[in-house]
Structure formats: C-alpha cells, structure tokens
Design a protein around this ligand. Structure first.
Ligand code: SAM
Length: 391
C-alpha cells in the first residue's frame, strides 16, 4: 500500500483527505479495501484455482484471498523483498486450519521479483491481479509488462487497477498521488492502452472502478480505474513442465501448505472425530431410551433448564428429509450385554461421515486403529454406560 499517497486510503492518513481546505473526501470502506473487495467479488464469481498478485506489497490481498475455498495456489510477487517478508507469518496456517481443514489443498508462495520478468512458475494461472502496480513502472518496464503478463504468462483473467487522474483535482494541489508514481492516466489514456494490449494478446477488456466521486463531481469517474481482461477462447495455458521452458527467475521467500481433506492424515483425523461424535450421540440417545418414561421426562426438563450435571445438551446437525430417510433406512445400533454396537453402514449414512468416506472398506481402514470393531468387522463396539468413553 502506498504510504504517502493522497487517496485517503493509507493507514497513515486514516481514510480522510482534505480537498482544497473545504471538502473532505471520505471513502467508505477505505479505497484500498474497496479494491480488495472488488477482487474478492471477482474470485467469488469466477472461482479461480490459481491466483497470482503482482506487486502484492504487504500481502494484505493475499491474506484476504486465502479464505476462498476455491483457491488452491496463491502467489504474491513484489520487487520489494522487505515488504514480502514483513507479513509472511500471517500467511501461515494457524490452529483453526488444522482443527477444521479445508476441502482443497492450498499453497501460498511469495516471490521476490519483478512483474516484468518471466518466471515459468506463474504459467497456467486463472487470475493475475495487478493492483496499483503499473503506475510504478517506468516506460521501459511498462513496455515489457504486457509482453510478460499477457504474452508469456497468459492467464485466463487479468485485473489491473490504476489511479484515474481525472479525480486528482478533487484532492489538494497535486500532480501525482504518490512520489513513486511514474505516471497517472486519465480514463482515455488507460482505456487506449488496455484496448491495445487486449487486441494484441487476444483478450477482451471491460472497464469499471472503485471510489465513487462525490455528488456533483460525477463526471470525473471513479478514483481508481480498473480493467478486467478475459482471454478469448477456452484453451487453458498449460504449465510448462519440460526443463527447456523452466525459467525460475524469482526468489521464493515464503511458502506455506495448508492442511486439507485431500491429505489422507487430515481426512482421517476429521473422519475419526466425526465417527466418535456420532457414536457418542447414538449411545446417549440409546441409554436415554432405556430409562423409564418419568426419568426421561425429568432429564429432559433439567436439560432444558440447564440444571443437568451429567447430560451434555447435544445440538445435532439439521438433516434434510432425504438424509433422515437415509439414516432411518440404515442398520440400527444395537446392544449386547453392556456393549453398544454401531454398524459401519449406519455411520456411513450420516452425511458428514459420508462426505469424508463413502464406502465400508475405506471407512474400516481409516478408523481401524482408533476404534474397536466387532468380530466380523461390521460395527464399532463401545461400552454402553461409560461416562468417559474408552474406544
Ligand atoms: N498491490 C498492493 C496493494 O494494492 O495494496 C500494493 C500496491 S503498492 C502501491 C505497489 C507495489 O508494487 C509495491 O509494493 C511495489 O514494491 C511493487 N512494485 C513496483 N514495481 C514492481 C515490479 N516491477 N514488480 C513487482 N512489484 C513491483
């Protein structure tokens, strides 16, 4: 994020900007966030798997995007290595990611390098974002930029945002919004450049923006102008695997792999946890059903008033009618002596278990080391009355 900018979007300026002593332009949410939300909406809409953010700065956008379940590879590139390392750890998985793993793998990698250099690890992406980057490129780099991003990397979609200079007169006397900006374009200049790039590299481009102008100044357009480029044709750019086209120019400074249900050990942990939960719930219901009517009533009341010491209120998942029917159809849990048996088929009828494992043999293999099975291996066996379970 620019630190001495005039958009009122920096941390330093706290989202307020004086306009020639009288007016104050307040962007709500702050302009930089509006840009990030714009990208997030686009991700929700298009569900890209591989996303790269060129000129990612302090990685705030990368951090926001890591919560999108569709993304499996998230890459940030910046020419300023210090910015990248500064927030690297924020991108590491935390406890919650292990307790509740994602459905799909996610790898986040940060590279130190320039957006105008070719690196084959960025080939085959679905979306490349360049948020407030191009205005930092000198004319030589600006010429190389489309060749690398559109010509070489050729992702399915590119999003480019840049200041709209027509908005600048609404700020205090300025020529450029940031000391490092090499230029700021009006809408005509940006659109001419973008249409030329789109034509040359077989993309279509649409224009929009964020940061509404104040009432009465609508003609200046958005404070930030945005071009959304989409590649024509459906053919995907394949990642080049052969040694000849391996170009690893960037230096990887950070990488993190997130736990996911695609990884056997995490899938197994989540499955075992779910199986324990269902068995516990079934056993409690079964024990309850054995009690005389009046005792059950009493338990029910004390649970409702929160006075029960021994019963934990079980807030079970809400099932659809089809799921309920499926559960009801499956073999019921049963009791022999003081042992309680839950058929594996019954467990598989529960949607959360089924989502993790959809056949008996796989279920048996995955939970075998954590539970006791009956002699023919068709049901999990637990003590009926133990308060503390001993599987
Ligand atoms: N995209 C981020 C955001 O919107 O918060 C940061 C934008 S900041 C205004 C511009 C960033 O581009 C800086 O972090 C700068 O280091 C980076 N940058 C400038 N030239 C670059 C280049 N040739 N390649 C990669 N990054 C570059």
């Amino acid at each position: 994020m620019e630190e001495n900018n005039l958009e009122g979007n920096s941390v330093i300026h706290d989202n307020f900007e004086e306009v020639p002593r009288k007016k104050v332009i307040e962007f709500k949410p702050p302009l930089y966030r509006q840009r990030y939300y714009f990208v997030k909406n686009l991700v929700n809409q298009h569900k890209p798997k591989k996303v790269a953010d060129l000129g990612c700065g302090d990685t705030s956008l990368i951090w926001m995007l890591k919560f999108h379940s569709c993304i499996e590879l998230l890459v940030g590139v910046d020419i300023d290595e210090d910015k990248l390392q500064w927030k690297g750890s924020k991108l590491s998985p935390f406890m919650g990611d292990f307790l509740s793993p994602r459905d799909l793998n996610l790898t986040i990698t940060l590279y130190h390098g320039s957006a105008v250099e070719r690196d084959s690890r960025l080939l085959g992406f679905d979306l490349i974002t360049c948020i407030e980057l191009i205005e930092h490129l000198d004319s030589e780099d600006l010429t190389r930029f489309p060749k690398v991003v559109f010509g070489y990397l050729s992702p399915s979609m590119v999003v480019i945002s840049t200041p709209n200079s027509e908005f600048n007169p609404l700020f205090p006397a300025v020529t450029l919004r940031d000391a490092d900006h090499k230029f700021e374009w009006n809408r005509m200049q940006f659109q001419t450049w973008a249409l030329d790039v789109a034509n040359r590299y077989n993309y279509t481009v649409e224009f929009t923006g964020v940061g509404e102008p104040p009432a009465g100044a609508e003609e200046v357009g958005y404070c930030t102008q945005i071009g959304i480029f989409q590649k024509n044709g459906t053919e995907a750019t394949e990642t080049c695997a052969s040694e000849q086209c391996r170009e690893h120019i960037y230096k990887a400074v950070f990488t993190a792999s997130y736990p996911s249900l695609q990884q056997k050990r995490f899938r197994q942990l989540v499955l075992i946890n779910e199986v324990f939960r269902e068995i516990q719930s079934m056993r409690r219901k079964f024990v309850q059903s054995l009690k005389p009517e009046d005792e059950r009533e009493l338990d029910h009341k004390s649970k409702a008033t929160g006075h029960s010491k021994t019963c934990i209120a079980l807030v079970g998942p809400v099932f659809t009618e089809a799921e309920k029917t499926n559960i009801e159809k499956s073999p019921k849990p049963f009791c022999v002596g003081n042992k309680f048996y839950v058929p594996l088929e019954r467990l598989l009828a529960y949607p959360k278990v089924n989502r993790l494992c959809d056949n008996i043999e796989a279920l048996k293999t995955l939970i075998a080391d954590s539970v006791r099975l009956n002699s023919d291996g068709s049901a999990v066996k637990v003590d009926l009355t133990d308060e503390v379970d001993n599987y």
